[in-house]
Design a protein around this ligand. Structure first.
Ligand SMILES: Nc1ncnc2c1ncn2[C@@H]1O[C@H](COP(=O)(O)OP(=O)(O)OP(=O)(O)O)[C@@H](O)[C@H]1O
Ligand SMILES: [Mg+2]
Length: 623
């Protein structure tokens, strides 16, 4: 007689259901109805329409001693230094099976006061009895009933131990929850509970209490909820020197496909750097608010000057409670590159607008700016020779127009060729490149950027450099590279032309960063990548943080990429792109399933890798 025959004969379907119900309520288990409506209530004032569209997983509430199941020893119970040798499996009781999901956080107590904090990494139905369910009779029964007997099967969860939680007295004698590496094995039969206490979860995942708000902890697209008010768990990025380093100066990447919510997320994070309290100690002992300088290819960021009309009072109160900065940034300047024949419409925002131009004199220190992207080394050194000679002759204020006439002189070409300094063919190649530069960018009738350092960098202020209105991608590239080089050079220099830049913490944000920081075998690309890499390496010392936003992370040059410590990855479909962000595989596999505004965070010096949901409402205007 097979098992199926047995259950068929006894026809105990009803009994089975009663039993599983009673198990679940005795456990304080997943009382699905109640917890679900609670969760919805909690949210009704929180403007979380998009989140409510998910099938909600009932969230257990802290305080009820929920048991999900018990640790099983039958297939081994072992923690080891090497993750591959760790075996931690738990039997999940029938009433809890619907509620467990991969990625959820569980607690397993040790016999003393310590607790093992772990994460579900696998779920499996295993056979309880040796019976063959690949049979005609079984299949037909399933087709008739469309359910099966949960209790005929074992439901096993694989657990990944994250850390041991233990309590300790701190200096003022109060109890503090701490974490350490998993160094002991729990007892067979230990009861698992879902982690629902904010302090336990934050300690288990090593999430800082204080810092820059990035979003709310989630698992499988659902926010993790606790019984506390607010029920969500805020994820923050370390931002002070006592708790390590302000991670902003170890650089950030926001990667995500088109429309995944990069700009929305970036605005919300940049807004936190512009909050009134934000400030960093400088070497000279002063404490200075950071300036945010944002390169903006789509003309979206100057809107951060304005409030978001959709952010209502109820949401604002919630943000206040959670310590999240919001609202338009009054001190916003749109610093607008001028190009002959184009104009900046500037209709999408109410920020102050100041025009600037790129002076040709910037090429004196940075010849690569006129090299376009296609000069080889030999031509580049010829260009340097020509520029040196030009600036000697015309003075520091020599213009692009003067340089083109200078190159038009046949006598010069002949002289340089005869003296063996610049070969004739090389001269011609350089000349073609220089003449091929976008003509209307250098030396326009606006103030040179080099005289606008106090407008470019203002403690506590946001400067946006829009490039959408410029006529060509080369014109955009030239403006972005000129302004960012000016910033970086002043940050790195020991004798900076601008003390303002040197002495202000700067967050340098760049949307569509792959367009400017790509790896290419040209002098210009090499120089740019070198400069940004150097800047990134000196970021902590000089208080300079790169904040790169891109849909093509695979195109960002490796040396720069390696310096990016915090990675936020929104939905990415492209496999090369997913692989290139170089995050742990359990996060990587989630990336293609991220909905708008959901992302994973990999910031190894901040916390365990986690999944987050960003705020559903932009904290400033974002049309
Ligand atoms: N967390 C979120 N909750 C709700 N809506 C969001 C969220 N994030 C983004 N959106 C909405 O999705 C749309 C696209 O977002 P966003 O402009 O940030 O995407 P993007 O990745 O920058 O797109 P692009 O590739 O065009 O630059 C916007 O209308 C935005 O309001
Ligand atoms: Mg965008």
């Amino acid at each position: 007689m097979t098992l199926e025959d047995f259950s068929d004969v006894t026809d105990d379907t009803d009994e089975g259901e009663t039993e599983s119900d009673s198990v679940s309520s005795a456990d304080g288990g997943t009382a699905a109805g109640g917890a679900e409506s609670d969760a919805v209530d909690n949210h009704s004032d929180n403007n979380t329409d998009d989140r409510d569209s998910f099938e909600r997983i009932a969230a257990d509430v802290a305080g009820d001693d929920t048991g999900m199941g018990a640790l099983s020893v039958s297939q081994g119970l072992r923690v080891a230094e090497d993750d591959d040798e760790t075996t931690l499996r738990a039997f999940i009781t029938t009433g809890n099976r619907e509620a467990v999901r991969i990625g959820k956080y569980l607690l397993v107590p040790y016999p003393d006061d310590e607790t093992l904090f772990c994460r579900i990494t696998g779920l499996e139905y295993a056979q309880e009895f040796h019976a063959d369910d690949a049979t005609e009779i079984h299949a037909r029964r399933m087709m008739r009933q469309s359910t099966f007997e949960e209790r005929d099967y074992k439901f096993m969860a694989d657990l990944d131990p994250v850390a041991v939680l233990y309590e300790e007295y701190d200096d003022d004698g109060s109890v503090e929850l701490n974490r350490r590496m998993t160094d002991r094995v729990p007892k067979p039969g230990a009861i698992l509970r879902q982690a629902t206490d904010s302090e336990q979860i934050k300690t288990g995942l090593n999430i800082p209490e204080e810092g820059v708000f990035l979003g709310h902890l989630s698992v499988g697209g659902e926010t993790v909820e606790t019984a506390a008010q607010p029920p969500t768990i805020d994820y923050r990025l370390t931002d002070d020197y006592e708790a390590g380093d302000p991670l902003v100066f170890r650089h950030t990447l926001v990667a995500g496909g088109t429309g995944s919510g990069k700009t929305h997320a970036a605005k919300n994070i940049l807004r936190q750097y512009l909050s009134d309290e934000r400030a960093y100690p400088m070497d000279d002992g002063r404490t200075v608010s950071p300036a945010v300088v944002q390169f903006d290819p789509q003309d979206e960021y100057a809107q951060m000057h304005d409030d978001n009309a959709e952010l209502d009072d109820a949401f604002a109160r919630k943000l206040d409670r959670e310590g999240v900065a919001y609202g338009g940034v009054d001190d916003t300047i749109a610093l607008i590159p001028t190009e002959d024949g184009t104009s900046y419409p500037g209709e999408g925002h109410r920020a102050e607008q100041i025009q600037f131009t790129v002076p040709f004199s910037m090429t004196k220190q940075r010849p690569w700016l006129v090299a376009g992207s296609s000069l080889n080394d030999n031509q580049y050194s010829g260009l340097q020779t020509l520029l040196n000679r030009f600036f000697r002759q015309y003075g520091k204020s020599g213009t692009y127009g003067q340089f083109t006439s200078f190159l038009d002189d046949p006598a010069l070409k002949e002289e340089l060729d005869e003296s063996g300094r610049v070969h004739e063919a090389t001269f011609d190649a350089i000349k073609r490149r220089v003449f091929g530069m976008p003509a209307g960018i250098f030396d326009q009738s606006a103030k040179p950027i080099t005289e606008l350092d106090h407008q470019l960098v203002r403690p506590g202020g946001l400067t946006v450099v829009p490039t959408y209105h410029l006529s060509s991608s080369r014109a955009k590239e030239l403006c972005v590279l000129a302004v960012s080089a000016y910033l970086i050079d002043n940050k790195l220099s020991n004798a900076p032309a601008s003390d303002r830049i040197k002495e202000t913490p700067v967050v340098l944000g760049m949307d569509e960063a792959h367009n400017f920081l790509a790896d290419a075998d040209t002098v210009q690309a090499r120089k740019v990548v070198q400069k940004f890499t150097e800047a990134a390496k000196q970021g902590r010392k000089e208080r300079l943080g790169l904040f790169l936003i891109t849909q093509d992370p695979q195109d960002i040059a490796d040396p720069v990429f390696k310096q990016l410590n915090t990675k936020l990855v929104l939905n990415l479909g492209d496999e090369d792109a997913i692989n290139s962000v170089n995050i742990p595989t359990n996060l990587q596999s989630k990336v293609p399933y991220m909905e708008k505004g959901q992302f994973v965070v990999y910031s190894p010096d901040n916390s365990e890798p986690v999944e987050l949901i960003g705020l559903p409402t932009c904290l400033t205007r974002h049309d």
